[in-house]
Design a binder for this molecule. Structure first.
Ligand SMILES: NC(=O)c1ccc[n+]([C@@H]2O[C@H](COP(=O)([O-])OP(=O)(O)OC[C@H]3O[C@@H](n4cnc5c(N)ncnc54)[C@H](O)[C@@H]3O)[C@@H](O)[C@H]2O)c1
Length: 353
């Protein structure tokens, strides 16, 4: 019989469990939901500093009371587990991941995005996992959604010609006046990490970035909007924006090819192809076409768990690895750095001083 992986979940909040209660979201919508749906994983222990959330998690996912903890160090010292999920606040990711990597039984870590808010911390996590042969997957879960995978295939096979330009936006009402020291960034970091990860996934590595920001509450606080122009090494141009003080959430990427266009995001997926114009002789123009996806539908959270198990069993790096999440973080921090320097270009790989 195939091995069943024992899972310990640290942080029992929204993305770990509570979003499962949202009637509108596709299910599973959380780490715990994915472990419950995936036949080869079982949640054996849980931890949260919040007593109420821990009890709720225990009851929902039937975790034995004596295997529920308020201190992750105690959980990691006592429990034998194959996989650790880390779904706590971003500023705690590094300390918990480093502690998890010391548990001798752990083979895989499913760490929520952003990997951390600092490159030095990201490097420490990646190095600690590498040293122990632990597979690290960061929760940029859209990569496992079959529509996003199909678009990646269209890009790679040049089915609409070469990719030329990407417009990428994660717009929302950012939280008011939070200190940059603690939170590092606003929407561009916390939602934009998904966006920049997808830019790199579809488009390839960055060449340079020129950033802007709007800091209505002052430079010491997170942005109300930030973004920039990114030139990818293959010449694809990217326009990116996060935040933007909108009373709605808009998350999408508009990929423009030689012969067509695909808009993919939270509003669904829309495809366009070039046809002979009916308005201008000798011109072509874009018209809407159905988006066909022959791939089997994969839930993105179950996809994360399936991929982590595959990486553990094959020894390969998972898709959405720690190194890929670090690349997205590096790009976001470069936008902020450029914005702090009046939009001066930041080059990749970083030039030696
Ligand atoms: N992948 C996604 O789409 C997505 C969506 C939402 C949040 N997130 C990420 O998930 C993480 C958690 O966000 P959330 O919205 O679920 O927050 P949340 O506040 O709902 O849940 C976090 C939980 O972690 C617990 N916690 C904090 N520090 C802890 C510690 N040291 N030990 C044990 N428990 C601790 C808190 O008590 C809380 O219950 C963040 O990094 C966030 O960026 C990802």
């Amino acid at each position: 019989m195939a091995k069943k992986y024992r899972v310990g979940v640290i942080g029992c909040g929204r993305i770990a469990s509570l979003l499962e209660e949202d009637p509108l979201r596709e299910k599973p919508a959380t780490h715990a939901g994915a472990y419950a749906a995936f036949p080869r994983t079982t949640i054996t222990s849980a931890c949260d500093i919040d007593r109420w959330r821990l009890a709720k998690f225990r009851d929902k996912w039937r975790v034995p009371s004596d295997r529920c903890y308020r201190d992750y160090r105690e959980m990691l010292a006592r429990e034998e587990m194959d996989i650790v999920s880390i779904a706590t606040w971003t500023e705690s990711h590094c300390g918990i991941a480093l502690a998890a990597a010391k548990n001798p039984h752990v083979k895989g870590i499913y760490l929520e995005k952003p990997i951390t808010a600092s490159l030095a911390e990201a490097d420490r996590i990646i190095a600690a996992c590498k040293k122990r042969g632990i597979k690290l997957l960061v929760g940029h879960e859209r990569r496992f959604d079959s529509n996003f995978s199909r678009v990646k295939e269209i890009v790679d096979k040049k089915e609409l010609g070469a990719l030329k330009t990407i417009f990428a936006q994660a717009l929302s009402l950012p939280p008011p006046k939070l200190g940059r020291k603690k939170y590092t960034g606003g929407t561009l970091l916390h939602d934009g990490t998904h966006l920049l990860d997808l830019v790199l996934y579809f488009g390839g590595p960055a060449g340079w970035v020129m950033g802007f920001d709007k800091r209505r509450h002052g430079k010491a606080n997170i942005e109300t909007a930030a973004g920039g122009i990114i030139m990818l090494r293959n010449g694809v141009t990217v326009f990116v924006e996060g935040g933007g003080e909108r009373n709605y959430f808009k998350f999408d990427l508009d990929l423009q090819f030689e012969n067509g266009r695909i808009v993919i995001g939270n509003g669904g997926i829309h495809a366009f192809r070039n046809f002979t114009s009916r308005h201008y002789t000798g011109f072509h123009e874009l018209a809407s076409v159905p988006f066909k996806n022959p791939r089997r539908r994969e839930n993105s959270f179950t996809g994360c768990v399936r991929e982590l198990v595959r990486a553990i069993e094959t020894g390969h790096e998972p898709v959405s690895s720690g190194a890929e999440a670090r690349d997205a973080l590096e790009l976001i921090l470069a936008v902020y750095r450029s914005a702090d320097n009046d939009g001066r270009k930041v080059h990749f790989p970083r030039r030696a001083k």
